[in-house]
Design a protein around this ligand. Structure first.
Ligand code: ACO
Length: 367
């Protein structure tokens, strides 16, 4: 038998890079972006300011912020061939697949190696436009052109809904988009770094990351949270529904996390945002009841696993409260996480070594 490598299924507990970008401490429930608490950034800063922090390493001066905002605004429009493609994709293709295809179509010979900050800004600027363009097509209305006067988050809501959003909605969505910009070596970020490590281009790395985020065990959960709450329907039905799910070996969406074995700090921050927006909305009242019953039953069925509510549970509540449909939840996550993906991609490219793990052969040998 040839020598076997140490086995780490799911790469549990394995570090594959050193990073300046974020600390995710799952035991203490801490999330830090480049020396700042993520929750403080979400309360006191904007999407563009935190993107600047992750990309350039510091919060921007006034001039730096204006320059970044202008670059994002100048890059929002989609090339004609991408618009044509987005119109052609059949209506039953899900939004994440459309986003993956639209981003992939941005690739050109201009995107080479190494990735540049200008390419990063261009793809970050265009992703909201791709989502909003497709959403308008599905609704049978002509897509709106991006509005230059509006900042990133406000413009995204404007293009989706067709009217200028309220300050409260912009701030709430901004908080969500900041809290999900970056999160260490999660599955989609790892995908982006693996693609980059082969000296492939930025667009290929982002396209791969979008495909990874799509899965329900990663970014596909928030719409499944709303489906679960809607299927439960009433407070009385919460316990039998959730119990039945667990009895049949099912997973409760919006609970559990690979890293957090205590409360997810993003969930704590987003709960406050969702509470402020939802007021006495019966949906939110039911959701918080489902959370309490879910936590009790998980402690009963999965003792010692330390399963808590994760970011997706309250992400669903915030996005629903600002009026986004379920099929926009995961694409909106991608619109924010592209910042972290691209920061990691730049970091990987700056000191690259191809990522190439092993597998241990357990099949038979030739006679
Ligand atoms: N519902 C029921 N049981 C669960 C859940 C859940 N949500 N999460 C974990 N468990 C159970 C597992 O079945 C396992 O049980 P076992 O020890 O009897 O086999 C135990 O708890 C440990 O779970 P793991 O599978 O080891 O956890 P892992 O780190 O592999 O998975 C994951 C983490 C995928 C997030 C998982 O908790 C899950 O499926 N949650 C539901 C989906 C979800 O909310 N995804 C969003 C995650 S947040 C994000 O990606 C941004």
């Amino acid at each position: 038998m040839s020598k076997q490598s140490q086995l780490a299924i799911g790469l549990d507990g394995i570090a594959v890079a050193e990073t300046d970008l974020s600390l995710v401490d799952g035991l203490e429930g801490l999330l830090v972006y480049r020396g700042y608490w993520a929750r403080d950034l979400a309360i006191h800063h904007t999407f563009e300011e935190v993107a600047h922090l992750l990309w350039y390493g510091h919060l921007p001066s006034e001039e730096e912020l204006t320059a970044l905002k202008n670059k994002l605004k100048e890059n929002r429009e989609l090339p004609e061939h991408v618009k044509g493609l987005l119109r052609m994709i059949p209506a039953d293709v899900d939004m994440m697949s459309v986003l993956r295809t639209g981003v992939s179509a941005l690739g050109s010979s201009a995107h080479g190696w190494p990735p540049t900050i200008d390419e990063v800004i261009a793809v970050t600027a265009k992703m909201p436009t791709i989502v909003a363009f497709r959403y308008a097509c599905l609704q049978g209305r002509e897509p709106l052109a991006p509005k230059f006067e509006l900042d990133h988050t406000a413009n995204y809501l404007y293009m989706l809904k067709g009217t200028e959003p309220s300050h409260a909605h912009v701030r709430a969505l901004d908080a969500y988009l900041i809290l999900t910009q970056e999160h260490g070596m999660n599955a989609s970020t790892f995908t982006g770094r693996v693609v980059t490590s082969t000296e492939s281009d930025l667009i290929s790395a982002i396209t791969g990351a979008i495909g990874t985020l799509k899965g329900p065990l990663h970014g596909g959960a928030p719409s499944e949270v709303t489906e679960m709450i809607e299927a439960i329907g009433t407070k009385e039905n919460a316990e039998p529904w959730l119990r039945n799910k667990l009895e049949n070996g099912g997973r409760l969406m919006g609970f559990g996390h690979r890293v957090y074995k205590t409360i997810d700090p993003r969930a704590t921050a987003l709960r406050v945002v969702a509470e402020q927006l939802s007021g006495d909305d019966p949906w939110f009242d039911l959701a918080t009841h489902v959370e309490q019953v879910g936590l009790r039953l998980l402690a009963e069925y999965k003792p010692g696993r330390k399963l808590n509510t994760n970011v997706e549970f309250f992400a669903a509540a915030v996005m629903r409260a600002v009026g986004l449909d379920d099929d926009l939840f995961t694409p909106s996550f991608a619109v924010s996480r592209v910042v972290g993906w691209s920061a990691h991609i730049l970091e990987q490219a700056a000191s690259n070594r191809i990522i190439r793990p092993q597998s241990n052969y357990i099949g038979s040998m030739p006679e």
